[in-house]
Design a protein around this ligand. Structure first.
Ligand code: NAD
Ligand code: WQD
Length: 339
């Protein structure tokens, strides 16, 4: 069993991953500046697992804060979630994104190297495949510049990680390319809690369902897809969390830098999300069709066979589970962790 530092561990995917790590018997130290999360998520992780974790409030951009964590704890591996993730915001304040995501990741790599810790799992994104690759995306396809600054930071960090692993054999790095994470822990105790207006589809749908928003706007109905709305590869956050446990175990045992897609491989349209949510949860989601959102691709989904073959990872949850669990979380926590 390993001692794992989880940067950004209080956030949506991080908190679910802490549950799976603790349940698998690992020790967890969360390092998070709480800029987009609440410590309450970690209280609930501990209640759910009946285990304790260590929480350190700190910022990955700051050398002293990070170095202190590595000095105080004998860390075996790092799972790195910390960063900013709003695509639209990244177009308005690119420097802030470069600072938190790129400079923050560089600082983390430096502190790891100083402490002699070389095992890292990084939260990457399907966005690194850019606009030109056909779906299903495969890990060895050539990557290209994403059309937004958030995606650019993910591509840059991936490339830096590839290069440090080539230069120094002790590094062992997993690049997990997530598709579209949705859902919540089945207890409804932890889930996605966006600040302000949600950027992503799923929290928008659940906030309409709970009455915090009037209606869902579907961005575009004239895409070259089966029903004219965009198609994405939605993945249950608990399946995604479990992939991190498998990836960190794999990396503690291997060298080099390796990428894995974490998606179901099944394209689902935005309209299907709305209709299935209504059916599964017996709630009507008032909806309007509006113009396309700038930068959206018509469709993309994963070829997830590498994660299956090499990590033994298989998604277990269905679309219906994802939508029922998202609603269960929102229903029990109408105002997120503030309720
Ligand atoms: P989140 O915002 O819920 O979690 C990120 C956490 O990082 C938050 O708790 C935040 O407080 C913390 N943080 C931000 N900047 C920090 C800093 N400088 N120092 C320390 N902590 C900091 O987001 P999430 O959805 O859980 O995403 C986790 C990771 O996965 C991110 O790197 C994101 O880019 C990546 N990712 C997310 C998605 C998605 O759709 N949710 C898809 C692909 C990749
Ligand atoms: C999904 C679909 C929208 C909101 C983004 C990032 C990606 C990754 C996941 C981090 C799209 C449509 C949405 C709404 C809508 N994140 N939509 N009405 O854009 O696929 O991916 O999050 O790495 O990098 O780009 O996710 O949830 O924003 O949108 O119609 O109110 O839902 O147009 O087709 P996206 P999303």
């Amino acid at each position: 069993m390993a001692k794992i530092l989880v940067t950004g561990g209080a956030g949506y995917i991080g908190s679910h991953t802490c549950v799976e790590l603790l349940n698998a018997g690992h020790e967890v130290i969360v390092f998070d500046n709480l800029s987009n999360s609440s410590e309450e998520s970690l209280n609930r992780v501990q209640q759910l697992t009946n285990k304790t974790l260590v929480f350190v409030q700190g910022d990955i951009r700051f050398e002293k804060e990070l170095d202190q964590v590595f000095q105080e704890h004998k860390i075996d591996a790092v799972i790195h979630f910390a960063g900013l993730k709003a695509v639209g915001e990244s177009q308005k304040i690119p420097l802030t994104y470069f600072d938190h995501n790129i400079a923050g990741s560089i600082q983390l790599m430096k502190s790891m190297e100083k402490a002699g810790v070389f095992t890292l799992v990084f939260s990457s994104s399907a966005t690194v495949y850019g606009e030109l690759n056909p779906s299903p995306y495969q890990e060895d396809m050539p990557l290209s510049l994403p059309n937004n600054n958030y995606g650019y930071t993910k591509l840059m960090i991936e490339q830096m990680l590839q290069k440090i692993a080539l230069a120094e054999m002790r590094w062992s790095i997993a690049l997990l390319r997530y598709f579209n994470p949705v859902g919540a822990h089945q207890s409804g105790q932890i889930g996605e809690d966006p600040q302000g207006t949600p950027n992503n589809l799923m929290p928008y749908v659940t906030q309409v369902a709970i009455g915090r928003r009037e209606k869902l706007s579907i961005f575009g109905s004239d895409y070259p897809t089966a029903d004219g709305t965009c198609e994405r590869d939605f993945i249950h956050v608990v399946d995604l969390a479990k992939a991190h446990v498998l990836a960190v175990t794999n990396r503690l045992d291997q060298q080099g830098c390796r990428a894995w897609n974490i998606g179901t491989g099944i394209p689902i349209s935005v309209l299907q999300i709305k209709e299935t949510f209504e059916k599964v949860n017996r709630i009507v989601i008032p909806t309007e069709f509006v113009h396309r959102r700038v930068g959206d691709l018509a469709a993309f989904y994963a070829d997830a066979s590498r994660a299956k073959n090499e990590l033994g990872w298989r998604p277990q949850y269905t679309l219906e589970d994802m939508l029922a669990d998202s609603w269960n979380w929102q229903k029990q926590n109408p105002n997120g962790y503030k309720s």
